[in-house]
Design a protein around this ligand. Structure first.
Ligand SMILES: Cc1cc2nc3c(=O)[nH]c(=O)nc-3n(C[C@H](O)[C@H](O)[C@H](O)COP(=O)(O)OP(=O)(O)OC[C@H]3O[C@@H](n4cnc5c(N)ncnc54)[C@H](O)[C@@H]3O)c2cc1C
Length: 372
C-alpha cells in the first residue's frame, strides 16, 4: 500500500493556462490554488479529498462532465514512475501505451508522479435549478432532449435518487456570457427551487462530507456503469423495479446520474468507462451506491447479492464499468469489455511489471494472467 498524499498543493503554472501538479495533491487543495490565479480545473468529483493520481487512475466524473468529458480528457502528459524505478514522461505522442493504460488504468503500469492539466477560467457564482421526478424512468424521459443536442445545455448537471426522491440539478454559471445557455423556463418538470451557490465544487464537497459522517460505521459497496442513451433508459427502468423490492431498497443508499460529453478521443483510454466505439454524443453514468451497517449481517449479505444482479443487467445492456467500484470480472468478461486492447495491456504489464509489484490483487490483470 502506498499512502501518497501532499500536505498542500504542489503545482506550477505553465503557459497556455496549463498546470503541472504533483499526483499527491488533493483536488480541493489544487482548486483553491488555481482559483487564486483566476483559473479552475474543468471537472471535480463531488468529494474533493481525493488525490489527483487516485482519480486520474480511475477516470474522474463530475457535474461538468456534460460539457468537458472526464478528468482524464484534460491531461496533456504524465510523469510516470515504473516498477523498476525508472521515470518516463508520457503523452499521446511519447510512450503512448503507458499514457493510454495509466489513465483510468487503476495504477497497473506505473505510479503517476506528476500530471500536466488543462484549466478553464474560474467562475465563482452559479445558480442551481432543482427539479423533482416521479421516478427514474420519468427522469430519463425528461432529459431525452439533451441527447439530440439541438438546444443549448446547462453548464452542469447531475441527478440523484435518495430517500425515495428523484431530483435533478441543472446549473448555470452567473458570469459566463460566452455562449447561448439552457433556459430554465423551457424545462417542463416540477421545479423544487432555485438557489445561488458560490464555489459549487466546495458546496457539493461539504454535502458529501456530511453524508459520510452520518454513516461512520457503514460498509459501502459502489458500482457505476456507463451507457449510451438506450442502455441508460433500460437500466433506469430496471432500477425502478429493483427499488420497489422492499427487501432491497433499504440498502440502496443512492443512485447517481451524470452525463458525459464524449468525442472520438474519449476512446483513446481503453479502460475508460466512456470509451464507446463509435462515440455517442453523450454517455450516461449511473452509480448504484449500497450502504449497510457493519453489524447488519443480513443487510451485508443482501448488498453483496444485489451487486452481481446489477452487474449482469448492466453488461446485458452493454454498460461499461467505472473500475473504482466493486465488480466481478473474469478473463471472459474483460475480453468482452476491452477486446484486443486487453491483450495489449497484458503484454505491457508483463513488460513493465513482470513481478506484479503494482496492485497485485486487482482483478484487471490477475484475471488475465490466470488460466481462463
Ligand atoms: C466520498 C467519495 C466520493 C467520490 N465521488 C466521486 C465522483 O464524484 N466522481 C468520480 O469520478 N469518482 C468519485 N469517487 C471515486 C474516486 O474517484 C476513486 O475512489 C478514486 O480512486 C479515489 O482516489 P484516491 O485518491 O482515494 O485513490 P486511491 O483509492 O488511493 O487509489 C485508487 C486507485 O488508483 C491507484 N492510484 C492512486 N494514486 C495513484 C498514482 N499516483 N499513480 C498511479 N495509481 C494511483 C491506486 O493504486 C488504486 O488502484 C469518490 C470516492 C469517494 C471515497
Amino acid at each position: 500500500m502506498i499512502v501518497n498524499l501532499a500536505e498542500q498543493a504542489q503545482y506550477k503554472l505553465l503557459d497556455d493556462h496549463r498546470v503541472e501538479v504533483s499526483a499527491r495533491t488533493l483536488w480541493g487543495q489544487l482548486e483553491i490554488a488555481l482559483n487564486r490565479h483566476g483559473r479552475a480545473f474543468p471537472i471535480h468529483t463531488d468529494y474533493l479529498n481525493l488525490s489527483v493520481g487516485g482519480t486520474l487512475s480511475v477516470g474522474g466524473i463530475g457535474v461538468r462532465s456534460l460539457v468537458h468529458g472526464l478528468q482524464i480528457d484534460q491531461v496533456e502528459k504524465l510523469r510516470l514512475i515504473l516498477p523498476d524505478g525508472s521515470v518516463r514522461w508520457c503523452s499521446p505522442e511519447e510512450n503512448a501505451n503507458l499514457f493510454r493504460f495509466s489513465l483510468a488504468g487503476l495504477g497497473q503500469v506505473g505510479i503517476i508522479e506528476t500530471a500536466v492539466l488543462r484549466t478553464i477560467p474560474y467562475r465563482k457564482q452559479s445558480r442551481i435549478y432543482m427539479y423533482g421526478h416521479r421516478n427514474l424512468t420519468a427522469l430519463a424521459e425528461s432529459i431525452a432532449w439533451m441527447q439530440e443536442r439541438k438546444r443549448p445545455l446547462p453548464d452542469f448537471f447531475h441527478a440523484v435518487r435518495m430517500h425515495g426522491q428523484v431530483t435533478s440539478v441543472f446549473g448555470l454559471d452567473d458570469d459566463d456570457k460566452s455562449q447561448e445557455k439552457w433556459k430554465p423556463e423551457a424545462y417542463p418538470e416540477f421545479l423544487l427551487g432555485v438557489q445561488p451557490v458560490a464555489d459549487f465544487p466546495f458546496w457539493s464537497h461539504a454535502i458529501q462530507e456530511q453524508w459520510l459522517q452520518e454513516q461512520p460505521n457503514h460498509m459501502r459497496i459502489w458500482s457505476d456503469y456507463f451507457f449510451d442513451f438506450e442502455g441508460f433508459v433500460d437500466f433506469l427502468a430496471f432500477l425502478d423495479t429493483l427499488v420497489r423490492d422492499r427487501r432491497v431498497s433499504p440498502y440502496i443508499w443512492a443512485i447517481y446520474v451524470l452525463m458525459i460529453r464524449s468525442t472520438e478521443e474519449s476512446g483513446q483510454f481503453p479502460f475508460s468507462p466512456a470509451a464507446f466505439q463509435p462515440a455517442p454524443p453523450l454517455v450516461y453514468s449511473v452509480g448504484v451506491y449500497g450502504s449497510v451497517s457493519e453489524i447488519d449481517m443480513e443487510g451485508k449479505a443482501m448488498t453483496k447479492d444485489i451487486c452481481p444482479r446489477i452487474q449482469e443487467k448492466a453488461f446485458a445492456l452493454h454498460g461499461r464499468p467505472y473500475l473504482h467500484g466493486s465488480y466481478q470480472l473474469n478473463r471472459e468478461s474483460l475480453l468482452a469489455l476491452y477486446g484486443r486492447e486487453y491483450e495489449t495491456f497484458l503484454a505491457l504489464k508483463r513488460q513493465v511489471d513482470p513481478s506484479s509489484l503494482l496492485n497485485a490483487n486487482i482483478h484487471l490483470h490477475r484475471a488475465g494472467l490466470l488460466p481462463a
